[in-house]
Ligand binder design. Sequence first.
Ligand code: BES
Ligand code: MN
Ligand code: ZN
Length: 507
Amino acid sequence: MAVSTAAGYQSPSVTVASALPEQRAASSVLIVPVVSAGDDDGTATVVDSGLLGSESIAEIDSALAALGAKGGAEQVTRVVAASLPVDSVLAVGLGKQRDEVPAETVRRAAGVAARALSGVEAVLTTLTALDLSAAIEGLILGGYRFSDFRSAKTAPKDAAVAAIIALTTAPDADAVAGRAAAIAGAVATARDFVNTPPSHLYPDEFARRAEALSEAAGMEVEILDEAALTEQGFGGIVGVGKGSSRPPRLVRLIHRGAPGQDAKTVALVGKGITFDTGGISIKPAANMHHMTSDMGGAAAVVATVVLAARRQLPLNVIATVPMAENMPSSTAQRPGDVLTQYGGTTVEVLNTDAEGRLILADAIVRACEDDPDYLIETSTLTGAQTVALGARTPGVMGSDEFRDRVAALSQAVGENGWAMPLPDELKDDLKSTVADLANVSGSRFAGMLVAGVYLREFVAENVQWVHIDIAGPAYNTSGPWGYSPKGGTGVPTRTLFAALEDIAVNG
Ligand code: BES
Ligand code: MN
Ligand code: ZN
């Protein structure tokens, strides 16, 4: 069967220019940052990037004043400015004036601006003078739309933005812009996977799409089907997948970026439950459709390893991605069943809805057979993550030092992961009366941490590891904000890639 043609989001093209064009560009908008200057009441004032003449700045400022624009954070105001070679100017607020504007402020402002546009051919922007990468990421991600399943009746006629012209005089602008566009493209790939409905994205299809992307990037791919998984003892993946007519897979995507050299090896593992009904321990109907996002970790891992290959990162990255659909049926596993995880640990499955840890434990043991220096695993693992940290803050657990390093990188890229502990005593909650472990604790306490403690049992001794719980952050169920639309967010793709880049440089 051919891989179905999934178009996904077509990212705008990105080019760099050191000055505004001489000729007016058709269907063009200039996005300029404004701050709220002056006293309490604030007046929107264009941030002087050195890229616009003082006359044009004065023209925009007075148009904004006439409209009473205040320049508050993420406020957008559209004006015309006859002195500029664009159809209109979109002023986007950064809030109070300050010396250093954080990258995330620029990224969100760019995202809000892109969301306010539709059918624009060319977007020019001076946000780039504040932070070139953040401006490009914000524009591409804010303009993200997913229309694969809209017919002509409801499909948007135009992309938000077809082309981005980044105004900047920075000498390395081409390289910086290329990297930012590649990262944003990977986030969009992860979003496309999450937004593809479970009718169309099931384990075999997900595996084939991951394979197609990886092969196009020149990577090695291995896919284990259900027969191979059974034969090789992947009891967690087989157990979770056996209630579904659509059998599970284990996908391995390999980027060898430094052959023959003494480079680090990083294992990536991502939860790929293409739909989580809960299985026999079935979930309530309300909001069950959100469980289309239960492969958000796998989506980010696939997008990241492909990005690492495209960017030719000088390290080895091996993604191990378990994929299964958690369904109730007469062939499904039962509460009380015992399965054997890959590597031999036996588990009493007290709750079939705690399925993520079962497929991940197999994948973690397999990933550790490659002797990685680091292992980064991410998953929409527990509702308890949102109880503890809310919908936008991933929980980061694992080896103390590496956990803190990854959490700091996650903060730096604006995905805002936060370090959480794995208290030893929680292991007692996972005692089983019949097997080595139970898959859930009997207590309601610290559900996110208990899941992390379960996973820790399967990580090899000398491997520095982190577990990133993205149950809330992977999928935006409320309104659009910043550069995050409703639906798949692509989190934590940028954290994963930042960790790979950091390891490539610092070991
Ligand atoms: N996929 C869910 C976790 C989840 C919840 C993701 C909400 C996104 C949003 C996971 O498989 C699950 O069902 N976890 C259970 C664990 C419990 C049975 C110990 C949960 O959180 O209720
Ligand atoms: Mn579940
Ligand atoms: Zn799940």
